[in-house]
Design a protein around this ligand. Sequence first.
Ligand code: NAD
Length: 485
Amino acid sequence: MSHPDWSKLAEQKIAALRDAQVKWAALPVQTRVEKLNAAKLAILARGEELAQLISDETKKPLGEAYSAEVLAVGDIFNYWLKKGPDLLKPRKGDVPSLEMPGKKAWVEREARGVILCISPWNFPIQLPMRTVAPALLAGNALLLKPSEVTPKTGVWLVERIREVIGPVIDVLDGDGAAGAAAIEALPDAVVFTGSTRTGRKVGIMCAERGIPCEQELGGKDCAVVLADADIERTAAGVAWGIVSNAGQNCSGVERVAVSAQIAPQFIPRLVAKLEQSAKDVPDLVTKMQRQIVISQIEDAIAQGAQVLTGGLPQGDEPIPPTLLTKVPRHAPAWKDESFGPIAVLEIHTTEEQLVSAANDTRYGLGNSVWSQNIDHGTEVARKLRSGMVWVNNHSFSAALADLPWVGIGDSGTGMTNSPDVLHLLTRPRLYVTDSNKDLEPWWYPYGPKLLDLMRVLVSRQQTGGLGATLKTLGALKARMKEIKS
Ligand code: NAD
């Protein structure tokens, strides 16, 4: 299809998924566990093929394709297949037995229906997997809209799962127009991961249609290096945070705030680690992103920045791991997401200044604090404004399915991973049964004893205790007599 009719295609796919979802949700959860486990095994059996495909489409070194993507399939499935059934169990509701006798309440977590998952290209397996596994386990159908930059990987993932579990998962392999058409086809919830700019558009489209939507967006993480940081480990960890996945990581380290006390020893070690990593850092995946990063470096240099290592690439060479300092706060390299292997470094004398530098951003995905005193590092971490904060590490928790991946501010309103995602992927359905044979004290006809009872109940809320309970029993008895007279 040269110009696919995305609206028609999206409507057809969502309608077919809607049919398949009803049967899927009616299966016992244990049957869904077994089928999804079979899908997991089918994917992992072809792990080498998957790693190679990811590496071809994203330029990631094969080791990163394995560590961040193939392994994530097993980890994320294993978590949800083990923990999911308990997390989905009905919850008993609390109903006061004295004034509301005979009632039982419980809340079941019901699948929403069809979930639309719109994904970026930088982690083309791990990111969709964070929604695919819990959404399917909970009884939803799922439509994946992978990035147009990595379409083969997204299609591959869906094909492998669909071969095993049937037509309860599908893929809409297209660009932004396909994503927009999929929202217009009215899925029951949308999980969006991508840039802040697109996320805003998606959020508006969903709000206009009353579709619940969560958004995981860009970041501008800071590594805060305190005076007592372990220099070697911190330099290695911060360098990895800057350049892994060639810096195309929503939670990559893009700013470093370092204590003046440790700066003279720390900076040369960080520079050495960055230079050492250069051979493992491929070029950026899209030309547009490369141009953004190059123009940030050019602009910073034009504004007086000092290049500590790296800088502008030679010709078509990959952008080298780059560390800049003396960058003005209004420069794009400081305030905008870079999404490349570059970071901006500032030196400060007090911890308040370090914290204030880290918080000087409208993003708020992750930050890290580096200190040999974990308690103190944690105290400093509490002052940082972000959804996640790591002490003595950065960003590695992305594929740990129990831990929320979550931002604030321009990093989005949403989250993936952790039991909390079930709030979006399922809806609570309340059931109440009543075996009370009597009238209810709040029914008609009203009378003075109703008011007496209400006053006693309000007083009981304030004091509690046996005396208040006895008074309540007396007031209830009087009210029941009144209602039946
Ligand atoms: P992007 O916003 O360009 O695209 C993301 C997805 O949205 C793609 O599938 C794209 O086709 C689709 N899309 C584009 N326009 C759309 C529209 N109008 N309606 C619906 N869908 C539309 O992002 P990208 O360049 O693929 O990814 C990089 C960005 O993603 C970076 O900003 C990065 O920080 C962010 N990201 C965030 C997280 C996180 O968890 N917070 C994780 C990875 C990447």
